[in-house]
Design a protein around this ligand. Sequence first.
Ligand SMILES: Cc1cc2nc3c(=O)[nH]c(=O)nc-3n(C[C@H](O)[C@H](O)[C@H](O)COP(=O)(O)OP(=O)(O)OC[C@H]3O[C@@H](n4cnc5c(N)ncnc54)[C@H](O)[C@@H]3O)c2cc1C
Length: 390
Amino acid sequence: MTSDDPANGILDFEMTEGQKAVQVLARDFAEKELRPVVMKYDESQEFPHDIVNKLGTLGFMGITWPEELGGAGLTDLEAVVIIEELARVDPSVALTVASHNSLCTGHIMQFGNEEQKRRYVPDLASGKKLGAWALTEPGSGSDAGGMRTLAARDGDDWVLNGSKTFITQGSVGSTYVVMAMTDREVGKASISAFILEKGMQGFTVGKKENKLGMRCSDTATLVLENVRVPGKNLIGAVGEGFKQALAVLDGGRVGIAALSVGIAQGSLDASLKYAKERVQFEKPIADYQGIQWKLADMATETNAARLLTYRAAWTKAAGRNITMAAAQAKYFASEAAVRATSEAVQIHGGYGFIKEFPVEKFYRDVKLMTIGEGTSEVQKMVIARLLLTQ
Ligand SMILES: Cc1cc2nc3c(=O)[nH]c(=O)nc-3n(C[C@H](O)[C@H](O)[C@H](O)COP(=O)(O)OP(=O)(O)OC[C@H]3O[C@@H](n4cnc5c(N)ncnc54)[C@H](O)[C@@H]3O)c2cc1C
């Protein structure tokens, strides 16, 4: 993945030594720290604070943020490698890492001023505090511009009223970036982004969701009742929030693509092992072409998803526009991962339906990948719009 030493500078798909070292670190962590407890947390839906603290000491809660702000100072390529390796074992923990890195902290790092970065990023990047990012509302998901949460000016402050739904790290977070409209008549063009802190008067956590998958990732409703937010907590200018949110989501989608690749790879790993062990009609099922073709499709699609994801991360690291690359990576990788988990359960037969086998959890966790940070339909809208306007 360097750009300076391939044959005649065409393309180089080799990871650098540094990237390989990060991959080994993340893989070891996933095997030693996540594998033994993955189902415990899935069953209990308890947020894994102890694991997140350890991830913080490894630098995984601030992967790409500068060292002077408490981050690990790595690139977007290392970020996708880390998320992929964690997701290969526990997608819920990978979701915590991906969302924490890219959404709340990502928004402050991309659009916050120096004072906001100095104030909030060190605790977020070290994992001491968790970040949440609140765009979605009960009545507005894909059509995020149709939100109702209102921010009204009062002297130097803003007063926020409304509610946000499905917010990752909603109940365990300490720092929140919340999008709100300042003028309903103006609508989407008045959406602005504010930094809120846990404990602000009128800012409460509502329902914690009971989910199909990603069960130890925290998802909750936020309620805002006359929450007074200081003017200095506005990110950028009034009316810039929607554009900022779309840019933050572009980055977030690369993380969701990486998560999808990890889930697909984990499903393939488990299926290869099982197919070699399971004997039916006096032969391992891996000997049957019907099973081999499933494995071949899973491996091919996982690699194709990985290439799109790494390309999107490389484009991001190069500072180029990633809207198309991120939407394509997220769309393809998430749908490929859904197919891979389904085939993985099929290869496992009845055992794939049982919680002792990891594919049961992958099958449940994966569905969020085609929904969160923009559904597959939304990704296709983004891709088509760019195709038709470029
Ligand atoms: C576990 C979880 C974690 C989440 N974390 C966060 C978070 O941290 N922060 C946050 O802000 N949000 C978060 N979300 C919200 C998530 O981003 C939304 O659920 C998602 O964007 C879809 O919105 P919706 O659920 O309202 O579905 P809807 O927008 O109501 O969509 C319903 C269906 O209609 C389709 N659809 C909608 N419009 C069109 C169209 N124009 N053309 C074709 N099809 C269309 C959709 O693709 C979908 O299939 C999270 C959601 C979940 C489930």
